[in-house]
Design a protein around this ligand. Structure first.
Ligand SMILES: [Zn+2]
Length: 231
């Protein structure tokens, strides 16, 4: 009965609804150049969830590609064609958003000498966190065919440096590459409790994020400062 498994009822990876489903790309399809690569991951999502974050995805693309344009040809192409050529040309809201993100960044020599300032891009952490949480939930569903509970706490580190950029705990975890390296990820899921997980995401070979997820009651009971769970 090899077909039996396929008949299992699918649920939206975000809210759990089982009716009116479509497929959602993880990470968002707009990060990839067209024609879209054939190895993209999709998970079941209801139309209501799916339609609610389209703008988030475009903002996120700006954030992801902004870390990369000069290092990565695909990131560069996305930046030139999609961000500058399409998103920004089309939407005044996005242009305002970008303007609000522009900051002066100090430029320093490799020796640390102050050289001057140049325009740089800061970003909306809340929005980035929202998209990252969705990617975690989507990948979890993709690998384990089950939905993470809604009440998780996420800690998202953007571009961590040095040892924090690839924590020891992830050293043994296999890296998966999607869309010719546009997105790469590794994961470590709690053996006894899969609600505890740690993720390593790399976009356009340069925008790096480390994500921790855990049940939110632990955060609540630790008076907000340290996560004192015994593990
Ligand atoms: Zn849903």
């Amino acid at each position: 009965m090899p077909k039996k498994r396929r008949e299992r009822r699918e649920n939206c990876y975000l809210c759990g609804r089982s009716d009116n489903l479509t497929r959602d790309h993880i990470p968002p399809a707009c990060l990839f150049p067209e024609p879209r690569p054939s190895d993209l991951i999709t998970v079941p999502a209801c139309h209501r969830c799916h339609d609610s974050y389209k703008l988030d995805d475009e903002y996120f693309r700006i954030f992801a590609a902004a870390g990369a344009p000069y290092d990565d040809p695909v990131g560069r192409e996305i930046w030139d064609d999609k961000v500058m050529g399409s998103s920004l040309a089309r939407s005044q809201k996005l242009r305002q958003y970008i303007r609000s993100c522009l900051i002066d960044v100090e430029i320093r020599s490799p020796g640390g000498l102050y050289v001057g300032v140049a325009p740089g891009l800061t970003f909306d952490k809340e929005l980035v966190d929202r998209v990252i949480q969705r990617i975690v939930r989507g990948l979890f569903h993709h690998h384990y065919r089950s939905r993470l509970p809604a009440d998780l706490e996420f800690l998202v580190l953007v571009d961590p440096k040095g040892k924090r950029a690839f924590p020891d705990v992830l050293a043994q975890a296999p890296k998966c590459r999607i869309g010719d390296g546009v997105f790469a990820y590794a994961r470590k899921i709690g053996k006894e409790d899969p609600r505890y997980s740690m993720w390593w995401f790399l976009f356009y070979r340069s925008r790096l994020l480390i994500v921790f997820a855990e049940p939110s009651e632990d955060v609540r009971t630790s008076d907000g400062s340290e996560h004192n769970r015994a593990s």
